[in-house]
Design a binder for this molecule. Structure first.
Ligand code: GUN
Ligand code: FE
Length: 430
């Protein structure tokens, strides 16, 4: 049995939205990559084992990014003064077309995985592109990296430029092939990724609904992201009430995890669907102000018992650091409350819970530092000023507001210490 024991300054984890649990100077015991327990005094059965002292470090769960376009990584931080549709047409669609060439994917995708691991994200729900070979290569890289991920092939069969559009039949054929050739494992799960309702025909979505049932595939898509998107969807799908109604009635839900990015303008019917399928709504604070213009009614969704995770939404968002999105979600909740009245503001505790616990739950027993959970964890240090002593909770908040990857001094995935640069080297050779 492989056992490791760590003794950090503090272990911080979020068991519920209102609690930031803090274990100061306690021991965490990890057996075969799984947390065995957290102890104030080490039990006698472990006392003969070596202890790794991390006396100036905070130990926290690794982050989960529930909405990121691996295929938009090279675009991040450009075109940020445009709104969604112009940004898609002018920047994103032409760039995504480059993934037709698998050599381009081989250059870009190792960097995506490297940057995420460097910033402490070990679990992610990815968007890719419509191109089978590039999606397959990305899957292999994810597998080799050890990350936990939802990935797959994107579908687009209308309202897309000719150079980035599939026929309905090709889209369904390649998706079925992807599901057949990429069975789920403990780390990876292939899901359906219809880009968003306006770029998918009813026939395509109906076909995807059949594949969802046949292969027990989950769904990852954009939901009621902007006024313009919601209005256009209603025009294109006059027999349906809202985005949520479309995915429900066409059978894409209930067969695996459901992850919906943005959920900025949900109607009653969307809320009903989110509840019915215990779906995860993903708040992407940077993207929401960069390209989509609207802020998720996060507190109201949370108060209804809905699951909320955070996403970077690169390239709509610009930073690969999920922890910055925790800070940004607190900031945006205050702006929303300022303009719209009481009831939107969230605490840092809630934001950290979304960034770790709720996002991690999509991948099984990840996202918390707790007995029975995978030891997917980060050690942070160097956040003190020196003159003043801060509490561990304050240091964690400070990391999310003004930290960067240099403050992450240890990364463990399934209990093993990882080096993002070594992983990048290895997956670049695939
Ligand atoms: N809606 C459809 N495609 C996209 C995309 O690539 N990014 C975002 N943020 N929204 C979308
Ligand atoms: Fe997106």
């Amino acid at each position: 049995m492989s056992t490791q024991i760590y003794h950090p300054a503090a272990i911080l984890t979020a068991p519920d939205p209102m609690t930031l649990e803090c274990h100061e100077r306690e021991y965490i015991v990890v057996e075969e990559g799984i947390i065995e327990g957290i102890y104030r005094e080490l039990p006698a059965s472990f006392r003969h084992l070596p202890v790794e002292e991390l006396e100036d470090c905070l130990l926290i769960p690794a982050f989960s990014d529930l909405h990121i376009h691996a295929s938009q990584f090279t675009e991040r931080g450009t075109g940020m003064d445009l709104l969604l549709f112009d940004w898609l047409n002018e920047y994103t669609f032409p760039q995504e077309a480059s993934f037709q060439d698998v050599g381009y994917a081989r250059k870009v995708y190792p960097q995506v995985i490297y940057e995420l691991l460097k910033h402490g994200t070990m679990h992610a729900a990815f968007f890719t592109t419509i191109h089978y070979d590039a999606c397959d290569l990305f899957w292999q890289m994810l597998q080799e990296s050890g990350m936990y991920a939802l990935s797959g092939k994107v579908n687009m069969d209308r309202n897309s430029p000719d150079y980035l559009c599939e026929s309905t039949a090709d889209s369904l054929r390649d998706t079925e092939r992807f599901l057949q050739e990429h069975p789920s494992s403990e780390h990876l799960r292939a899901v359906l990724i219809p880009r968003f309702a306006p770029t998918c025909s009813e026939g395509l979505l109906k076909g995807l609904g059949e594949l969802s049932r046949k292969y027990k595939a989950g769904l990852h898509t954009h939901l009621v992201e902007s006024w313009a998107e919601s209005a256009w969807t209603k025009e294109l799908f006059p027999d349906y009430q809202t985005d949520g109604d479309i995915y429900d009635r066409l059978g894409l839900l209930g067969n695996g995890p459901a992850v919906f990015a943005h959920v900025i303008f949900p109607e009653e019917r969307d809320l009903e669907v989110l509840k019915k399928y215990d779906a995860c709504s993903v708040h992407c604070p940077d993207a929401t102000v960069n390209v989509t213009a609207g802020i998720m009614p996060l507190k109201k969704l949370q108060d209804q018992g809905l699951k909320i995770a955070l996403g970077t939404d690169i390239g709509g968002g610009h930073s690969p650091a999920l922890y910055t999105q925790a800070a940004r979600s607190v900031q945006e909740s205050k702006i929303k409350e300022f303009y719209e009245g009481e009831g939107d503001r969230i605490s840092f505790r809630e934001a950290f819970y979304h960034a770790t616990h709720e996002g991690g739950a999509v991948f099984g027993v990840t996202g918390q530092l707790k007995k029975g959970y995978r030891f997917n964890a980060l050690a942070l240090n160097g956040l003190e000023d020196g003159a003043v002593r801060h509490t561990p909770q304050e240091l964690l908040e400070r990391f999310c507001y003004l930290g960067d990857d240099r403050r992450i001094v240890g990364r463990w995935l399934d209990g093993k210490k990882i080096d993002p640069e070594e992983i990048r080297e290895r997956i670049s050779r695939l």
